[in-house]
Design a protein around this ligand. Structure first.
Ligand code: NAD
Ligand code: 6OH
Length: 484
């Protein structure tokens, strides 16, 4: 059986305890994973600290950037290996991992390597009222050792989204990937070695959250900052753990995202866009739309069309190129999603399609599939309309006026993303500007430019990453004032 190890100070290391890595498509164990104990987390943090004042910290920015480009090269060289590992761990379709996850991992390194080389900093000529002159300029310094904790839905994409800017700013990192999807973080260590990233700059500790590697990292007194993507509840626990040592935190958390579909939209394009927004990655993308509001005039036609599209999704084996719909990540997560299907019934929903578990008659029946599911008819206060389900499911409600749609979309404690679908561009701008979220798409969804601010409001997070926002989080500014 394959063993996925921790990576500490440039070495792959095992430990006293192991846990199983399960393929969500058929429930088979595909590897054993070393769980890092507190001593190993401590070793990883110490190695990161040494590299900070050692080989990595000593490299000029242009050389650090060159090596990060080499990490991207190494990912591309091992493209198939990364795709296979991601598909086996997550159950996502191979077409999705090859189009989205692995290319984005390489792009994350390239973008931040370039950005850090090209970005400057502000300076001010100062004149005080009594005639004294001074020059103020700021310099960037690394935060230090950055703890990175990531979820299972886009494991490599979300890990590299944080590792790349952290290293680009001269930090060293200790990453704790999700226990559900450990493989690509360890594979990335091989790419780091290929690229000449010095020992200790990138460390991986595997394990769980509470009383395991996650908590050991967030509580560690020598970790200088925590960046986390995952559930809002976990964010709250991490904030508490990080509080005694006053660590800066950056949080990308959950969502209960709305899509607003106006009757003047391009029907076919909207349908295609919404089918992705609801069902991509089996609905396990923080940006997915679980609340769809459709102008009443086209409501019946739209519900029918989305139902047809949902029923055409091909829930095949993830390794099959024709598959476009995989399983959920785990038995436990499927229990959660199915419990919301039960709750929807209790809350009086009308089931449009799905609502259960498919029957394949082969080994996929031991996997964690559910059907693409659509509901209508719930009240806006129903728990299924308020709580993040994180599965291939949406509730569609009709609206009569723009004001009503905006009010319903904004009636949530979350605030990650929204999408607006209309051919009236003025309306697109107007509605987009009223969304209480961090990211609004008009006539598209999950269309990314890595220079733009990314993050959420309310329960959806703290801070923004992306472009200069990432550089600002992953560095400390020292303003220097010189009297002239
Ligand atoms: P999760 O919060 O359960 O786990 C995320 C990570 O945190 C895992 O590595 C886990 O081991 C670790 N963890 C759990 N408890 C911890 C603790 N007490 N201390 C330290 N670490 C701990 O999230 P998940 O189930 O893996 O991912 C799904 C969630 O992530 C959804 O809510 C989704 O919306 C959110 N998400 C948000 C974004 C975003 O950009 N806003 C992106 C992807 C996923
Ligand atoms: C959440 O599941 C998706 C997050 C996406 C990003 O962080 C990104 O940079 O595209």
């Amino acid at each position: 059986m394959k063993l996925i190890q921790n990576y500490i100070d440039g070495r792959f290391v095992s430990g006293a305890r192991e846990f199983a890595d399960v393929n969500p498509a058929d429930g088979n164990i595909i590897a054993q994973v070393t769980e890092a104990d507190s001593t190993q987390v401590d070793e990883a943090v110490r190695a990161a600290r040494r590299a900070l004042s050692g080989e990595w910290g000593g490299l000029p920015v242009r050389e650090q950037a060159a090596r990060l480009h080499r990490v991207a090269d190494a990912i591309e060289k091992r493209f198939d290996g990364f795709v296979q590992a991601e598909v086996a761990d997550t159950g996502k379709p191979v077409s999705l991992a090859s189009k989205l996850d692995v290319p984005r991992a390489a792009a994350n390194f390239r973008v931040f390597a370039d950005l850090v080389k090209l970005s400057g900093l502000e300076s001010f000529q100062t004149q005080t009222p009594n005639g004294t002159s001074a020059l103020n300029y700021a310099i960037r310094k690394p935060l230090g050792v950055v703890g990175i904790i990531t979820p299972w839905n886009l494991p490599l994409l979300l890990l590299t989204w944080k590792v790349a800017p952290a290293l680009a700013c001269g930090n060293t990192v200790v990453v704790k990937p999700s226990e559900e999807t450990p493989a690509t973080a360890t594979l990335l260590a091989e790419a780091m070695q290929d690229a000449g990233i010095p020992n200790g700059a990138y460390n991986v500790v595997h394990g769980f959250g509470p009383a395991s590697a996650g908590e050991f990292l967030t509580q560690h007194s020598d970790v200088n900052a925590i960046t986390f993507t995952g559930e809002s509840r976990t964010g709250a626990a991490i904030m508490k753990a990080a509080a005694p040592t006053v660590k800066p935190v950056s949080f990308e958390l959950g969502g209960k995202n709305a899509a607003i579909v106006f009757a003047d939209c391009d029907f076919e394009e909207t349908l295609k866009g919404l089918c992705d927004a609801v069902f991509l990655n089996t609905g396990q993308v923080c940006l997915c739309a679980e609340r769809v509001y459709v102008e009443r005039r086209i409501f019946p036609a739209f519900v029918d069309a989305l139902k047809r599209n949902a029923e055409h999704l091909n829930a095949g084996w993830p390794t099959d190129e024709k598959t476009d719909f995989g399983p959920l990540i785990s038995a436990q997560h499927r229990e959660k999603v199915l419990s919301y299907f039960q709750l929807a019934k209790k809350e009086g929903a009308t089931l449009v399609t799905g609502g259960g578990v498919p029957d394949f008659g082969d080994d996929r029946d031991h996997g964690f599939y559910v059907q693409p599911t659509i509901y209508t008819g719930l009240s806006e206060s129903a728990r299924c309309v308020k709580e993040e389900i994180f599965g291939p499911v949406c509730h569609i409600a009709p609206f009569d006026s723009e004001e009503e749609a905006v009010a319903m979309a904004n009636d949530t404690k979350y605030g990650l993303a929204a999408s607006i679908w209309t051919s009236d561009l003025k309306r697109g701008h107007r509605v987009a500007q009223q969304m209480n979220v961090g990211i609004t798409w008009v006539n598209c969804w999950f269309l990314r430019d890595l220079r733009t601010p990314f993050g959420g409001v309310g329960l959806s997070g703290i801070g923004r990453e992306g472009g200069m926002h990432s550089l600002n989080f992953y560095s400390e500014l020292n303003n220097i004032c010189i009297r002239l």
